[in-house]
Design a protein around this ligand. Structure first.
Ligand SMILES: [Zn+2]
Length: 466
């Protein structure tokens, strides 16, 4: 598989001691990190096939995005300035309900391209509908060189919260068919590409799944020793639904149907109460915090400070292109910090160091990969990013973590290594045809809009007198 020496950079290792090594090098062999330390010491020890010059660069573990929608990359900008239910019912569902498998594949490629170019090396896809074409998405993931978990959406209803029958007809699926597809995709793809591709279950939101099916999802997750992900407590509507139908909170309901545990990632958790947070902590459940999405859709601001204080493992997620509108984890870290400070009137509520832990170590733990990724340490898989530190917005830099989180963007990421292979070098993605993907996304995006009968006009026409 080859060997790479990442030479003479500023290493932010995220190891147990949180070592930051100036003039540090990382030696990679056969997909794994075999040595980390001062450049002088490491350089003389090995004869690498490839050397990557990291002078003037930060060297960090690849970022882990714990909540994304691959199929939404192609419908970016189609639903700005709307609330969640309007956004879903009138824009996102009709568009996604008109997707073909080709659209699913192209949108996924676009999303992966954007993630690679902003330093994300591992992601959790939050639920693929059958119509997006699981095989095409999995093949795209394999080729991209990224590490990712693809979840099969499971549902047997068409509601959302207390509103029944509002899901677009093109999105509705049968419960047994969903489980059958999960089993087939799991045996075909889980663990493929040398372990880079994982297959999980996604439980659709409250209102679209029966109690029995939620129980079956929890049981299957344990049987397959795999993960489950679900949107929960995203909006107040979730609280109303759980109270009306089950007389409890959404988290208590998840507990009753066997959906709490270390193999579960709940996206959002904006409206989790104190008791819910304690349940999440005691069960070892994980949370994907999505600050951009939660604020853009006016859903609220999650109690991240309280969740971390109580011991809940919280990662970060970019959610979807229509609600973020980027898949840039660097910007997401910044927002996570700023929102907690503003919410609690406390500048220490979420420091830059915590945000970087959320985007690396916590994300790895949420995906059950904490022994494999999330830090730069000998023995771990070589998922590493190089970040240009010689930019106007990060010079001078007195604290590299602060600079990266508060001043950086994903566009500062110059090179990306996943599983010991160079996926991007000096902004050129080596595993994907960027020109083709942009061209196909533009064409197919327009076609999906036409099929769904949705028109998005510019807010300002610019015409005189208009
Ligand atoms: Zn989502």
């Amino acid at each position: 598989m080859g060997s790479i020496l990442v030479e003479d950079g500023l290493l932010i290792t995220m190891d147990g001691r949180r070592r930051v090594i100036r003039n540090g090098s990382v030696m990679i062999e056969d997909g794994r990190i075999i040595d980390v330390g001062p450049a002088d010491a490491i350089g003389g020890r090995y004869a690498p096939e490839t050397k990557m010059d990291a002078r003037g660069k930060l060297v960090l573990p690849g970022l882990v995005d714990t909540h994304i929608h691959l199929a939404q990359a192609m419908i970016r900008g189609c639903a700005d300035d709307l609330s969640l239910v309007e956004w879903l019912q009138h824009r996102v569902w009709p568009l996604q309900g008109n997707y073909s498998a080709e659209d699913g594949r192209i949108s996924s490629e676009l999303c992966m391209l954007e993630m690679i170019k902003s330093g994300t090396t591992t992601f959790l896809e939050s639920g693929l509908h059958t119509r997006y074409g699981f095989d095409g998405v999995a093949e795209a993931l394999q080729k991209s060189g990224m590490r990712g978990v693809l979840s099969k959406m499971v549902m047997d209803g068409s509601g959302y919260g207390t509103k029944s029958g509002i899901l677009h007809e093109g999105m509705v699926e049968d419960g047994d068919a969903c489980l059958k597809e999960f089993r087939a995709m799991s045996s075909k793809w889980n663990g493929s590409a040398g372990g880079r591709v994982g297959v999980w279950l996604a439980a659709r939101s409250l209102g679209a799944v029966s109690k029995e099916l939620y129980e079956e999802i929890g049981r299957l997750g344990r049987e397959y020793k795999t993960g489950v992900t679900m949107h929960l407590c995203e909006v107040q509507e979730d609280l109303a639904y759980a109270k009306k139908n089950h007389g409890c909170t959404p988290v208590e309901f998840a507990d009753r149907v066997g959906l709490l545990g270390p193999n579960v990632v709940f996206a959002h958790m904006v409206w989790a109460g104190d008791g819910d947070i304690r349940l999440l902590a005691s069960s070892g459940s994980n949370v994907a915090h999505c600050p951009a999405s939660n604020s853009k859709l006016a859903s609220g601001i999650a109690k991240v400070y309280e969740m971390l204080r109580e011991g809940v493992n919280v990662g970060l997620g970019c959610d979807g292109a229509p609600c973020n509108n980027t898949y840039d984890m660097v910007r997401e870290m910044r927002l996570a910090c700023l929102f907690q400070k503003a919410r609690l009137l406390d500048p220490g509520a979420l420091p830059a160091t915590s945000a970087l832990e959320m985007a690396t170590l916590n994300g790895a733990k949420a995906l059950g990969m904490q022994d494999q990724i999330g830090s730069i340490e000998a023995g771990k898989k070589a998922d590493i990013i190089l970040v240009d530190a010689l930019t106007p917005h990060s010079t001078p830099s007195y604290d590299p973590v602060s600079s990266f989180v508060y001043s950086g963007t994903g566009g500062d990421v110059s090179s990306v290594i996943v599983d010991g292979k160079i996926v991007m070098e000096e902004r050129v993605v080596k595993t994907m045809d960027e020109d083709r993907i942009l061209r196909e996304a533009a064409t197919n995006g327009r076609r999906v809009m036409e099929r769904a009968g949705i028109k998005v006009a510019p807010s300002w026409s610019g015409r005189e007198g208009a």
